[in-house]
Design a protein around this ligand. Sequence first.
Ligand code: ADP
Ligand code: ZN
Length: 747
Amino acid sequence: MLSHHASAATPVATECAAVLLPLPLGRAYDYRIPSDMAVAAGDFVSVPLGRRQVTGVVWGKGDGDIDPKKIKDIIGVLELPPLTDELRRLIDWTAAYTLSPPGAVLRMAMSVPSALDPPKPVTGYQLASASSGSPAANESSEARIRVTPARRKVLDFMAGRSACRASDIARRAGVGASVVKGLAEAGLLQAVTLARETYFEKPDWERAGPVLSPAQYEASETLRGLYPRKGDTDFSVTLIDGVTGSGKTEVYFEAIAAALAAGRQAVVLLPEIGLTVQWLKRFESRFGVAPAQWHSDLTGVQRRHTWRAVISGEASIVVGARSALFLPYPALGLIVVDEEHDPSFKQEDGIIYNARDMAVVRGHLGEFPVILSSATPSLETIVNCQSGRYGTLSLPERHAGASLPDILAIDMREEDMPRQSWVSPTLRDAVESCLANHEQALLFLNRRGYAPLTLCRSCGHRLACPQCTAWLVEHRLSGILQCHHCGYTTRPTPECPKCDAKDPFAACGPGVERLEEEVAALFPDARLATMASDTIHGPAAAAELVRRVQDHEIDILIGTQIVAKGHHFPMLTLVGVIDADLGLAGGDLRAAERTYQLMHQVAGRAGREDRHGRALLQTYSPEHPVIQALVAGDQKGFMAAEMEERSRHAMPPFGKLAAIIVSGRDEEAVDAASRALGRCAPRGPNVDVLGPAPAPMALLRGNHRRRLLLKAAKDVQIQALLRRWVRQVRTKGGVRIQVDVDPYSFL
Ligand code: ADP
Ligand code: ZN
């Protein structure tokens, strides 16, 4: 059996070990094990690499086919628990699946280099007499130096107290740091090494949770049943398929409790981790303490502490973004992927992988349960449930009898829309009556900034990013024009750069900033707030805004997709979607599915308690199948039709797709490499290659881009095919070839 306790790894028998380094290298390198050193697979070791010394992980036995004169010695073994067999296999698996160098995947597991060093010992101070036990000694040294009132304060504070940090003593005794230092020099305080602090308390899984409804209880009992005996688990994947507000979180909390009781660690992957204030509160009220968090807003010190707490087992529960999946848990026994359909689980640069899918792989390798949760499960997951590979737990009703919102379409072709306005009279009336009832409204527009396009009134010139195939988006609050793909920013000029016309620019189309302007004019007495990833700086600001909405200090909330997910606002009864057609354009395989999911999620913010909610979708194509399905509440029918469509065209998950992106600064070299790839493309009855063609983002961050798409039948081993294919092409001039297996982005 392969399991978490494989960490008690077998020693490598030969005298040489294969060590994988966290660098983009294709394989592990051999190093000699000095005769006085014991080394086991998974150990962190420091080794020489050229002139540097780097830390790597023992991956197994070396092949021993290196010239014995050239092989170098392992320098030392770090004092850290080993990487488990499970994680090492996940790294190899991910590397093979995504065609990435294993060392680059290892780097995701070792993303905090400073955490590899043992923490510096912390010095504390106690009364010298406390250890000598002789008050007389103390008195005589007191006699030697003048005991000022400040010094007296410290001595009194420390009487009968155990050692503290100097800074804590000074602060709590109300004196300056030099006072403590002076007492230490005079021998009245004695320096000692403090025991290492713990950063994460054990969650109390025995605390009572809320009283569950019969459906919730039944689902949670099934999940608890996955942990029959301490330490003992099997691999399984279970989908919690529950409508918005059905209490999916409460249900998987019970699985977390069971995993913790079985002595295992758990990780919950969430999209938009910085905004999960309400989730954290609920976790705390269920388990008594906050979980460890893992996301990009952590400071370096927090990262270091958390990484070490994970590998030592001190952190038994982690909530985080997709990268939390690759942390070195020694005893992982549960992965929850909340909002499993969310596209943000797909990482699009570096190692191109889908954290939801790799979570399932990790559960498989580690033989423990994986839980996926969603109100709008992805088509891939539904197919896995239907085939019986995944189990399903359904929660068809909202908690406490709350009803699901009604979804209605507003046909914009029939609305009388003044120029430069985006709120239709129908939506305006709905907001008005919502406010008259002292309820809250949410207006959703998935576009940051003021206007997505700026053009010259005189010559029609459009302001574009010099480095990308993209328009510059005006951000009026910060007075800039910004590219949302590369971050390039510039300030508007007084003249058109093309025709020199003075003050010529017109903003075209709305972003949330512009919508707020319109809403403020329509409802001058309403209290407004806008929530977008670029206007909310950090989790604390997000928490404060969420609190204001929750406490009804806001009447109308305007937001991008960050408001669509997870929030629970009791007084929010109306959701208005400004542009329901926005995601439907373009040739994206999942455009319809994603639009359905997003609209359903955002509508799900309405009427979550005793007041009934409704969602109004502004659309120019109310006959579109996505809009029709949303209005009819026919998720099953919609997904069945999507499935039919994908199956007919042998698209994922009924067939396989991989994209190849060729990019570089030198356009000719990029074209040459793309054509070369096109010429040696694999062909066959079950394999098709489309392209090369300019990518929709033909220029990105100054790199020219071409795409090829490989489409294959389900039983084709595409990784082997791709590897052979890509190897045949030698690139020049800094051209990069990236492989994206199971692409989500077609840009
Ligand atoms: P979902 O994740 O399915 O959208 P949540 O888990 O967020 O639903 O639950 C919606 C709201 O209902 C939350 O505020 C949650 O605390 C509350 N809730 C759910 N189940 C219960 C329960 N059994 N007892 C009390 N409150 C509950
Ligand atoms: Zn750009």
